[in-house]
Design a protein around this ligand. Structure first.
Ligand code: SAH
Length: 351
């Protein structure tokens, strides 16, 4: 749908219940006609919480000495992949801090072995790796890459995501590189970062469209005490400040679906963290069509603390699997089959 940046901003600012009902219905309708009733499941494996970065929002930043650092072994990662396969998931997501302690060749070996032993699609979310690394991972069989640009406000981005060895990050450039290598590309933002304005959030949503993203992850910013942003945090007083609320997250989800009708859009764990009762379901009925159940072994999961009080933190992979499938079926949707890649040019019937 053609929505100008100004009209996206107007929607983001609306508090009118009737207008919002209309927005949810529109987004749900577009979701239904463009990507159908299937909810695709991606098994999330948090392979390492080592990170070389000092991101102002993230709890696993290099300066946080209160968490125990871990790196999963290749055998453990492969075991998780088999578990995902057993649950019927079509995709696994290997996510980590920006951990240069895992060498290119290690990741290549892991990708090759998973591809050899299963037919799973592999999504990587390893931060800002070099072009040579991204090329090697693709050649080894990786299918997709997630890297959120976090905010399109460059000044805010560089503040919350400081340079590494004096080199400013350019995540948009990386997204173009990934696309040129043949990856399906995913990006997204946090909602309600201190300093984020309505106008810049509207621009973020427009940028999703410009980049023609295959996957778009959006979730509320959740304050982590062991971060630079927490240290300077004051209650927002600026009228232009976007709140990091549940309702703002639904607005962004719904508008994202309208602007990017065929993208794969998860109902995120960060959203479920704000509403553990039915945040996932509301996300699915306001534009989302993907869920990423966590299959990281429990002993590691508690230390992948990018933000506190994460939903599903103490549920093992088996329980998460049952719970999420139940939630999907109760709201009348179907558990997705196959890899759930983006179907850009295919219209799916809604029955
Ligand atoms: N190191 C990888 C993966 C980071 S975790 C990378 O930088 O791409 C994945 C996403 O979690 C981040 O991109 C960010 O958008 C989100 N995230 C991190 N800290 C968060 C917080 N405190 N609240 C909400 N989301 C957060």
């Amino acid at each position: 749908m053609e929505l100008s940046i100004a009209s996206i901003e107007r929607w983001l600012r609306t508090e009118d219940e009737l207008e919002l009902q209309d927005l949810w219905l529109k987004a749900n309708k577009v979701r239904q006609t463009e990507v159908g009733e299937e909810v695709h499941l991606r098994g999330l494996i948090e392979i390492s919480n080592y990170c070389s970065r000092q991101c102002g929002y993230c709890g696993i930043n290099v300066s946080n000495s209160k968490i125990i650092r871990y790196r999963m072994s290749k055998t453990e990662i492969i075991e998780c992949a088999h578990k995902a396969k057993k649950f019927g998931y079509g995709t696994i997501v290997l996510q980590s801090g920006e951990d240069y302690g895992i060498a290119q060749k290690e990741i290549v070996k892991i990708i090759r072995q998973i591809k050899h032993e299963t037919d799973l699609a592999i999504t990587l979310s390893l931060g800002e790796r070099s072009f040579a690394d991204l090329l090697a991972f693709k050649k080894a069989g990786a299918d997709r890459y997630l890297i959120r640009f976090e905010t399109s406000d460059k000044k805010l981005f560089h503040k919350i995501h400081p340079p590494l060895q004096n080199k400013l990050s350019d995540r948009i450039k990386i997204l173009y590189e990934l696309r040129s290598l043949g990856y399906e590309i995913g990006s997204g933002v946090m909602i309600g970062i201190p300093g984020q304005t309505y106008k810049s959030l509207a621009e973020d949503i427009n940028l999703f469209r410009v980049l023609d993203l295959d996957m778009i992850g959006v979730g509320p910013y959740i304050l982590h005490p062991e971060t630079d942003l927490a240290k300077e945090y004051k209650k927002p007083i600026n009228v232009d400040q976007v709140p990091n609320s549940e309702s703002m997250t639904y607005k962004v989800l719904a508008l994202t679906r309208l602007v990017c009708p065929t993208a794969n859009i998860p109902s995120t764990t960060a959203l479920a963290t704000l509403n553990k009762k039915n945040g996932r379901e509301l996300g699915l009925s306001r534009g989302a069509n993907v869920i990423m159940p966590n299959i990281t072994p429990l002993k590691y999961r508690v230390n992948y603390e990018i933000y506190p009080n994460k939903a599903c933190l103490f549920e093992n992979a088996e329980d998460c699997n049952c719970c999420i499938k139940n939630r999907i079926e109760i709201i009348g949707r179907k558990v997705g089959k196959g890899k759930g890649e983006r179907k850009s040019h295919l219209k799916i019937s809604s029955n």
